[in-house]
Design a protein. Structure first.
Lengths: 112, 113
């Protein structure tokens, strides 16, 4: 089915480890986004990408790295995980500026 | 920083009643969008209203926008148990390039049978 998929759905890791969250969309949308969702903060934008090989920082980019070598994939890497990065991470895509965003079902990440 | 703030934070109603949620924001916008999130799932887009529009309908949903007051409301008529979810407003800030949204903290709606 067409859509946006995130993997893994759940991940437990330890502080200091590197972890990569995957995001894949089948619509060929140009824009892709990574958010984190925490109680009391709503969704906060981490990074976004307007096209392959074009990425830019959002509101809370520190500690995260992204890449976009192919239009359909937008992985998010925590280079050295910290407990404050425990959160639910959502990937989204949209077909263009000022268009609705389509979300994956999230990755629940726990850092011990 | 939060651009949109929803009110109330939580709302509990009976099936068949109407539910109204409000969103206030701080800066000029291109458009405002409403999303729904069911427990354990991603957000689903409901409706988009542009800054030059005042009201928009989609099925049982009615959205209003008052740019002079920097506020929007989402009305769900004849609510159903399946409407139980969190609802978020998101703003596309004017001058922001149209590729970033700022989300509020959401309203948790519970519709009881």
């Amino acid at each position: 089915d067409a859509g946006i998929t995130q993997s893994p759905r759940y991940k437990i890791t330890e502080t200091g480890r590197q972890v990569t969250l995957m995001c894949h969309q089948t619509w060929s949308h140009s824009y892709m986004f990574w958010y984190r969702q925490d109680l009391g903060h709503g969704l906060r934008l981490i990074y976004y990408s307007a096209a392959a090989d074009i990425t830019d920082k959002g509101e809370v980019p520190d500690g995260y790295v992204v890449s976009r070598s192919k239009t359909e994939n937008f992985p998010l890497t925590l280079e050295s995980a910290t407990r404050s990065q425990t959160s639910v991470y959502f990937c989204a895509s949209s077909g263009g500026a000022r268009q609705p965003q389509h979300f994956g079902d999230g990755t629940r990440l726990s850092i011990l | 920083s939060q651009q949109g703030e929803e009110d109330p934070q939580a709302l509990s109603i009976q099936e068949g009643e109407n539910a109204t949620m409000n969103c206030s924001y701080k800066t000029s916008i291109n458009n405002l969008q409403w999303y729904r999130q069911n427990s354990g799932r991603g957000l689903v887009h409901l409706i988009l209203i542009r800054s030059n529009e005042r009201e928009k309908h989609s099925g049982r949903l009615r959205v209003t926008l008052d740019t002079s007051k920097k506020s929007s409301s989402l009305l769900i008529t004849a609510s159903r148990a399946a409407d139980t979810a969190s609802y978020f407003c998101a703003t596309d800030t004017a001058g922001g390039g149209g590729n970033k949204l700022t989300f509020g903290t959401g309203t948790q709606l519970k519709v009881e049978l």
